[in-house]
Each structure stands twice: as structure tokens, then as C-alpha cells.
Design a binder for this molecule. Structure first.
Ligand code: GLC
Length: 531
């Protein structure tokens, strides 16, 4: 195989993917909710960043209880977002622009409106239909089968038919009651999802992001969890609820399906486990990538970054799968706010983004991260996240529609003129953070991202960077975080209070200008080429 062909087969190892949350990206039809038409119209913007592709979160038919993560038809397009023809057009347009498209697949649970769940409820206890889900008897109609808690708060069980005196069964939902969990110990579920994968792969979709990838298979017999807090804290491997050995068989099968296509389709998992456990999902015959989830949760702390970075090396060393970096997604507090808020938070978010674009492996940018958007304090009455209503934690603040224009008209350019109010209100200062404002300012984060991605491409072409580089992490005096990628290139981040001297070499890009003495100022990152 030629070098080019083998690189083409492993494009994902070093890919930078832009995450699109379609409800909040661009509204094409004027109903106040972003959609496929809006995304199609704005694709050139994404291509202009220099990313390799996009990951689009769910737009399939759904009652939208969990903003699309409650899927009632895995192979369709919700009219809220458009039509299948529009999706086909989007796919063709993306490919014409050189962008790959990854979609979200949600295999842990579906919507309670999914026809197979409706049929299971109707078919009653003991039916084959109910075996597709986790229907169980409790000790009585008031006590659920075990002590598991929902990630969104409250118990993880609801009665199939609360009004029935004869049907006293409960069904499992790790998330909201409108999201019943599939029973992955039933082979029919595996067959069903193979069909879903093939449907999108046959269309030419380049890959799938696997929602809650670690939780599909539950412990045999559904025993009580040792502690109800670990049920909701995904980062700890939970012996009863998630991270079961059998789940790896699911991904071996999916990898075979992905590899049967040319070019090979890619699977990236949302594996919310500690790095050593998460790495096991990227063994050579399983998922291609797993998000560095431990990283997504980090604060501005050099020791913590170095520790997690070192832990994440396990996947590359043991299984040949480099880390997949992300600092943000639609579920976590925006990094500008997480890193301290205000001016400093914004500087740090910008530095953090430049850093991950230089680290060995792939990277994901969440829409708006290139604008250093902060978390929005969405007014209480406007919050819609089910995690807020059930558990008191709102993810709405990271999901506010993207500002496109400086002027506030049409929700800062998110919607066409005459449109309905956007589904989440934007703060008054949104215009100063808009795409247009960034485009007009040569020193903006948007321009930094474009320059960094161009440089990244050149460094790969010159073979200074390699897809399978490792990462050696350390913290130097003054809080300088250093990740040495190879003997020619390192990433440094000034995480202490003062300016710091960089290791010897040429600074090829930095998130803030160096001081007159050539030091890296606090809250800044740099890429250093060593002689
Ligand atoms: C994942 C999604 C999140 C969703 C949850 C349940 O964590 O990213 O948005 O609420 O799964 O599907």
C-alpha cells in the first residue's frame, strides 16, 4: 500500500472535527431553531476554519425531551430540522468542500415514543417485545427492581403503565423516563443497530459518534449498585451499571461493519470513564477514538493537565489509538467560564484551544469555542434541559444559539428576518462575540484558530508532526505546562501567575504575544519548534 493510501485510511488519528449542535448553529426556516438548511448555508464558514470534518449531534425524529437524544426513528430526519433530501444535499456539499461528516448514534436508549417501545408497553409482561428493553418486576408496584439512580436525577425506573393494576412492571432509564434503555443482552438489539449503522454508512456518512458508549450493557441480573452516587458519576467505573466486559463485543462487531466500507468509517465513543478504562474501548478491533473525557472536565491546573495527559498516553502506547482531545461539548460548562470567567477565562480558553490543536492525536472543537463564547446564565424560566428540571443542573448555558452578526437583529444573524424568537435567548453582549466581530478583528480567537490549523497542516506535510506521535508531559517552574510531542515539537501553556521562559526553540504560534523579554505571559499557550 502506498504511503498516501495508508495515511488516508488513518485520517481520523490526526483529524480536527468541528462539533455542530444543529439547534443552535443556524436557523434556515425562521422557526427559531437551527436546522439542516441553516447548516448547509453556513458550511463554507466551517470549511474556512480549516477543519477536517464535522460531527452533527442528533437531528433524527424525536419528541425533543432531551434535545434529540431521545430518538424515535434512527433512520429519519425530524421535520424540526428539515428533510432527508436536505441531509443528502448537506452530505454532498460537505464532501465537495473536503469536509467529512460524522453523525451521532444513540444506542443506549431510545425515545419512549419509539415504535418498538410503544409495542413493548402494549404487549405486556412476559412478551418478546418487552425483552428488547429492561422491563422488570419490582417487589411491589411502589418499589423499583433496584437502587439505580438516573443521571438526570431521581430513580432510574418508571412503571410501564402506572394506572394498571395487573401490569406492575418497571422499565429502566439511565436518563429521563422518556428515554428507555435498550437491552443489549438481547441479540435482536444488536441486529437492529447494525441496520442503523449500515443505513447511514450506505449513504456515505464518514463516521458516527457513539452516545454513552460505556453504558450499553448492564451487569447480569441488574444487581443493586454499591453506591447510588457512582451511578451518576460516569467517570468512575461502575461495576453494576456500566463498563461491562460484554460491551466490547458490540464495538468489535461495529468495527467490522465500519471496516467493511471503503473508505473505512470511523467510530468515536463518548466513553465517560477514567483514562485507563476508556483506553480499552480503542483497542485495535474496537472504536477508533474515545473522547478524552477526563480532559473535558479539567480546570486551569497544570498538574491536573499533566496527570491526565500522561494517563491518556495509555491508549496510544497499548492500543495504538492516540488521544482525542476536547475541552468543550454541548454537555459541559464552556471553558472560558470553567477556567475562571471574565477576561482571564477567555484568554485561558483561547490558550487551551491552541494547546489541544497542537497535542498528539485528534481534536474536537465545539461550535462557538472558536469565538471563545462563555457559558450563558440562561434565565430560569427559559431553561429547557431535562437535567435542569429533574436534577438542578442546566446545560442550556453552553447551547445558546451562535451569534453571527454584531447587530442584534434576527437573534444576531442566527435566524432569517421575520423569524420566531430563538429557542434559547441570547445575552445582550452577544454581538461583540459574534463571527462578524471576530472576522473584523485580526487578533481574534477565530483568526488564531484558522492560522493554527493552517500551520498544523504544514507541519504534517513537513512530517514535523506525525499522526502517531506520543506526548511526554511535565510541569516546569512557574506553572509552565509542557507536552513534548516529539524531539522537534512541543506545546507549552503558562498556567501560573507570572510570565515564564519557554524551552529553547522557535515559537511558531502563541495565543498571546510574548513579552518584550521573550517570555510567555500567564494564561497563554505556544507551539515551539525545536532546532
Ligand atoms: C450524552 C449526550 C447528552 C445526553 C445524554 C443522554 O451524554 O451528549 O447530551 O443528554 O447522552 O443521551
Amino acid at each position: 500500500m502506498s504511503r498516501h493510501a495508508s495515511e488516508e485510511r488513518r485520517w481520523w488519528q490526526a483529524a480536527v472535527i468541528y462539533q455542530v449542535y444543529p439547534r443552535s448553529f443556524a436557523d434556515g426556516d425562521g422557526d427559531g431553531v437551527g436546522d439542516l438548511a441553516g447548516l448547509l448555508a453556513r458550511l463554507p464558514y466551517i470549511a474556512s476554519l480549516g477543519v477536517d470534518g464535522i460531527w452533527v449531534t442528533p437531528f433524527q425524529p424525536s419528541p425533543q425531551v432531551d434535545q434529540g437524544y431521545d430518538v424515535s426513528d434512527y433512520c429519519g430526519v425530524d421535520p424540526l430540522f428539515g428533510t432527508m433530501q436536505q441531509f443528502d444535499d448537506l452530505l454532498a456539499a460537505a464532501h465537495a468542500l473536503g469536509l467529512r461528516i460524522l453523525l451521532d448514534v444513540v444506542p443506549n436508549h431510545c425515545s419512549s415514543e419509539h415504535p418498538l417501545f410503544r409495542a413493548a408497553v402494549a404487549a405486556g409482561p412476559g412478551s418478546l417485545e418487552r425483552e428488547l428493553f429492561h422491563f422488570e418486576d419490582g417487589p411491589d408496584g411502589d418499589t423499583p427492581p433496584n437502587n439505580w439512580q438516573s443521571v438526570f436525577g431521581g430513580r432510574a425506573w418508571s412503571r410501564a403503565d402506572p394506572s394498571s393494576e395487573t401490569d406492575l412492571q418497571w422499565y429502566l432509564h439511565l436518563f429521563s423516563p422518556q428515554q428507555p434503555d435498550w437491552n443489549w443482552r438481547n441479540p435482536a438489539v444488536g441486529d437492529y443497530f447494525e441496520g442503523v449503522l449500515r443505513f447511514w454508512f450506505d449513504k456515505g456518512v464518514d463516521g458516527l459518534r457513539v452516545d454513552v458508549a460505556h453504558a450499553l450493557v448492564k451487569a447480569e441480573g441488574l444487581p443493586d449498585a454499591a453506591s447510588t452516587t457512582t451511578v451518576t458519576d460516569g467517570l468512575r467505573s461502575n461495576a453494576q451499571v456500566s463498563d461491562q466486559e460484554e460491551v466490547h463485543e458490540v464495538y468489535r462487531r461495529w468495527r467490522r461493519v465500519a471496516a467493511s466500507y471503503s473508505p473505512e468509517r470511523v467510530l468515536v465513543g463518548e466513553v465517560n470513564l477514567e483514562p485507563a478504562r476508556a483506553a480499552r474501548y480503542t483497542r485495535h478491533d474496537e472504536l477508533h477514538q474515545a473522547f478524552a473525557y477526563a480532559f473535558v472536565k479539567l480546570r486551569w491546573d497544570a498538574e491536573a493537565w499533566a496527570a491526565v495527559g500522561t494517563d491518556l498516553e495509555v491508549g496510544r502506547r497499548e492500543h495504538g489509538a492516540p488521544p482525542t482531545w476536547a475541552l468543550e461539548n454541548h454537555d459541559v460548562v464552556r471553558s472560558a467560564t470553567r477556567f475562571g470567567g471574565g477576561e482571564r477565562g477567555a484568554l485561558r480558553a483561547r490558550a487551551g484551544l491552541l494547546a489541544i490543536l497542537g497535542l498528539p492525536g485528534g481534536a474536537y472543537i465545539y461550535q462557538g469555542q472558536e469565538l471563545t463564547l462563555p457559558e450563558v446564565d440562561v434565565p430560569l424560566e427559559a431553561r429547557v434541559d431535562p437535567m435542569w428540571t429533574r436534577g438542578g443542573v442546566s446545560r442550556d448555558g453552553a447551547r445558546v444559539p451562535l451569534p453571527w452578526t454584531v447587530a442584534p437583529d434576527n437573534a444576531f444573524g442566527f435566524s432569517p428576518s421575520g423569524a420566531a424568537e430563538p429557542w434559547l435567548p441570547a445575552p445582550a453582549e452577544w454581538g461583540s462575540r459574534s463571527v462578524e466581530a471576530h472576522q473584523q478583528d485580526g487578533g481574534s480567537t477565530l483568526h488564531l484558530v484558522i492560522a493554527a490549523l493552517e500551520l498544523r497542516k504544514q507541519l504534517f506535510e513537513k512530517e514535523v508532526l506525525q499522526p502517531d506521535d506520543g506526548g511526554t508531559w511535565r510541569v516546569e517552574d512557574g506553572g509552565l505546562l509542557v507536552c513534548e510531542r516529539n524531539d522537534q515539537f512541543l506545546v507549552a501553556v503558562a498556567m501560573g501567575e507570572g510570565s515564564v521562559r519557554l524551552p529553547a526553540g522557535d515559537v511558531v504560534v502563541s495565543s498571546s504575544p510574548l513579552t518584550a523579554e521573550g517570555l510567555l505571559p500567564p494564561d497563554a499557550a505556544a507551539w515551539v519548534l525545536r532546532g
